[in-house]
Design a protein around this ligand. Sequence first.
Ligand code: DQA
Length: 143
Amino acid sequence: MKNILVINGPNLNLLGEREPEIYGNLTLEEINKRIEQFASERDLTVKFFQSNHEGALIDFIQQNRRWADGMVINPGALTHYSYALRDAVAAVGLPTIEVHLSDIAKREPFRRHSVIKGICLNQISGFGYKGYFKALEDLINCQ
Ligand code: DQA
């Protein structure tokens, strides 16, 4: 495991100002800096991507499928309904960990179901930004 994609979906660009009581006070840029630090200490190279657009996320996954050895993805609300994103993750066949900052099992009923979960090695939910660290550890350990 060497090259990892860290992908965030819709509205996660607003972290820091978006419902901080649910998602925390750190911006996505600050979280990514911490991930970068965590990853470099473990000899991982990380490529970050965020988009509010389903197709852009799918394009990014496809375009990086040969570069990457694994993937961490927080699909935002696409988690709950995007079969197209699920198909993209399945199509590239990379070991993938799904991450959510909040505990989706303890929120509104529509958030409890993930259409992505079934094709991921693990779902990490409710650990805030540290969930991304756990996901990287899972990828390291899955080899
Ligand atoms: C989220 C949970 C989703 O239900 C929500 O739509 C998000 C963020 C999380 O990180 O907790 O945008 O994925």
